[in-house]
Design a binder for this molecule. Structure first.
Ligand code: OSB
Ligand code: MG
Length: 398
């Protein structure tokens, strides 16, 4: 794990948000396409919210510039609105009816000006993220500069951990962890829920002593119901989102009784909410997750806030394919991302990724930040077509 102090707080250099806002390259879109995919999962992923299993939908946005440059973005909206309020159906209609029609055949000075067109919409974070990220891919491609470099990234390799599902029994979990540690994952994050917590976490800690260990409760407890004292005694890196996202006062009360830092995930829905939560003492670490925050610009703002407040941050995941993960990896290269990312390769969840070549973990526990301009990993259109169950197109405006 990187524990070095943040280097992004230099008052002489602008934060990543100001830097990104100032990036200019003309964008004029002649075509936009949406694909609703149904992706076969190769494992069940279970958290306090229940299980994702079988087929999982994901929405892809494909934007095409007047000069032929193409950028892809991904909205990994969960099947059920349990993690946030976004759904695949809602995300689709917001993109098709509101966001994409507003950006066609107009000249924008860059991604941040384009994103201003949907600024007035409340929520709809997955839709906004998908459209904004596709426009970043276009800007990066046109400028011939990889996203990480364009955004001010400072590291080429991201230390990654695996987020372990809730299993039917502890043995199965221990076997899975052993396999992933062999592959190189260097931080263990366990999903916990009432009935699957202290004894499982203790078993993992005993079986893999010395490996950084954290837990993610996905809002599954109350201040009264959680085994806080027992968890606090386990010397965890963090307890991610122990209480509901909007329970900021309760989170603050809980944090004041714990040595272990609370990490904000579901509570950190934007710059303002994250700032409020941190000022209330509701947590001491932030999981920065692009779809949850509604785009990269919001991520940059939260990143800069964390750097200013000296709050450690890390890049979370939302079961993205290699398309979404390409943006996450570039984001995680920024200076404030001082802790392991949740960035398991798509092969862990899906039978097939949508990009080729895709990425994987290397034996030192890191994943390389893509060095290609545009979508960090090249999208395979044939696979997109094969998994597509619905399509929408703005049509050519040429
Ligand atoms: O809480 O971090 C979470 C996946 C979907 C929604 C919420 C979460 C997660 C994960 C998986 O933990 C992380 C990943 O994508 O690798
Ligand atoms: Mg989480």
């Amino acid at each position: 794990m990187q524990t070095s102090a943040n280097t992004g707080g230099d008052p002489m250099s602008p934060g990543s948000f100001e830097r990104a806002k100032a990036i200019e390259t003309p964008i004029r879109l002649r075509r936009a396409d949406l694909f609703m995919l149904s992706l076969p999962m190769c494992r069940t992923f279970k958290s306090a919210y229940g299980a994702s299993t079988g087929m999982k939908r994901a929405i892809l946005v494909r934007l095409e510039d007047d000069d032929g440059t193409v950028g892809w973005g991904e909205a990994p909206a969960p099947e059920r609105p349990v993690y946030g309020t976004d759904t695949p159906e809602g995300t689709w209609s917001v993109l098709a009816d509101l966001i994409l029609p507003g950006v066609m055949a107009r000249t924008f000075s860059g991604p941040s000006q384009l994103a201003k067109t949907w600024e007035d919409l409340l929520g709809q974070h997955y839709a906004k993220h998908a459209a904004e990220s596709a426009s970043w891919a276009i800007a990066s491609e046109k400028m011939g500069v990889p996203l990480a470099l364009m955004w001010g990234g400072v590291r080429a390799r991201i230390p990654v951990g695996e987020s372990f599902s809730i299993y039917d029994n502890t043995e199965l979990l221990l076997d899975e962890i052993a396999l992933r540690l062999q592959e190189g994952f260097s931080r263990i994050k366990l999903k916990i829920a009432p009935g699957w917590d202290v004894s499982v976490v203790s078993a993992v800690k005993n079986a893999f002593p010395g490996t950084p260990l954290s837990v993610d409760a996905n809002c599954g407890y109350t201040v009264e119901s959680g085994p806080w004292k027992e968890l606090d005694d386990l010397d965890l890196l963090m307890i991610e989102q122990p209480l509901p996202g909007d329970a900021l006062m309760e989170l603050s009360t809980l944090q004041s009784t714990l040595q272990t830092p609370i990490c904000l995930d579901e509570s950190a829905t934007g710059y303002n909410t994250t700032r409020t939560a941190l000022h209330l003492g509701a947590g001491r670490i932030v999981n920065i997750k692009p779809p949850r925050l509604g785009g990269l610009l919001e991520c940059f703002a939260v990143h800069d806030l964390c750097v200013d407040l000296e709050v450690p941050a890390w890049c979370g995941g939302t079961l993205e394919t290699g398309i979404g993960r390409g943006f996450n990896l570039a984001l995680a290269s920024l200076p404030g991302f001082t802790m392991h990312a949740d960035m398991s390769p798509a092969r862990i969840f899906y039978e097939e990724d949508l990009v080729e070549p895709t990425f994987d973990i290397e034996l030192d526990g890191c994943i390389s930040v893509p060095s290609r301009p545009g979508n960090g990993f090249p999208v395979v259109p044939e696979r997109v077509e094969r998994f597509a169950i619905r399509r929408w197109s703005s049509g050519s405006t040429k």
